[in-house]
Design a protein around this ligand. Sequence first.
Ligand SMILES: Nc1ncnc2c1ncn2[C@@H]1O[C@H](COP(=O)(O)OP(=O)(O)OP(=O)(O)O)[C@@H](O)[C@H]1O
Ligand SMILES: [Mg+2]
Length: 305
Amino acid sequence: MTTTEAVEGEAARWWELLGDRVRGEVVGARTIAGGASGSAVYGLSVDQPAGEFVLKVASRPGLRERARREVTFYRELAAHVPVLVPEFVVGGEADGTAYLLLTAAGVPTEAERWSEQRWTELATELGRLHREQVLALAIDRGAAARERASAEKLAAGERAWIKLGYERLLAPLWASFEALGAAIRELPACLCHGDFHLGNLLTDPADRFVWIDWQEVHIGHGPGDLALLWHRAEVDGVNPPREAMHTAYAVARGIPDDALLRRAAVASELTLLLLEWPTFFPYLPEPARARMRSRLEHLVALWYR
Ligand SMILES: Nc1ncnc2c1ncn2[C@@H]1O[C@H](COP(=O)(O)OP(=O)(O)OP(=O)(O)O)[C@@H](O)[C@H]1O
Ligand SMILES: [Mg+2]
């Protein structure tokens, strides 16, 4: 059996399982992401009636939790968020596997040649998502806060950065790590995407953004979404216009474009760099690693200014 046949067999098996909740017949299938690790994303072509779909499945316990959160998002919240998301077809669980079927909604976004305006449009959409009206709805519908980073996670981050030669620069930050969280919490709470990078953004035929991958949606304070978006773009050598984005974001969110917002954003970026990036450094090519290190130095300078 070829890989294509295996994927098509798997897709057909799922389609059958969905029974009369779906219509038509699968005529083609491909793996878009994952496959062997307890989670996979398949692209399905269906005939009679014709349609293109994306099927996400997850069976490993940790992954299943995240998949469940995404299904809940599509059921409860998708219709109420002020950004464009794929159309939800069905979602649920079968044979210990969480599944989610969406209509295909666009193609991967390419930001290399984005104008400043395109970036500020995205910041505007993010600001709208973070508005307080959305928060009220999200709370009503069961969205929850994330757990704070554990002591072990902090210790692992500290060890990793010491290994990279940043003991002296970062010692004061580790000693008052709580101050970063406090600066972030100066902003009002809001509904956050939680995994907001360009890989989780599609462009539809009308050139609109389509927001996907809602597995990490949670109640937070907002700048974490900006921080991840910026860092992931920068790792890829793309430079988002931070200042213009801050302004567009604040206007759309309905909060002041002030020092508090800037400080919360710096704190978010620092938190992300200190706790999350060390895990990925071994997989990054050197120019990207160097960019993140120099970003860190710049952020530390901003924080202690
Ligand atoms: N509704 C959709 N329409 C078109 N393409 C989609 C859709 N949903 C997902 N995709 C494609 O599949 C990829 C993986 O989907 P998604 O990000 O939701 O899953 P994931 O499990 O988080 O995978 P990854 O870990 O690769 O981010 C996306 O980056 C996108 O290219
Ligand atoms: Mg994704």
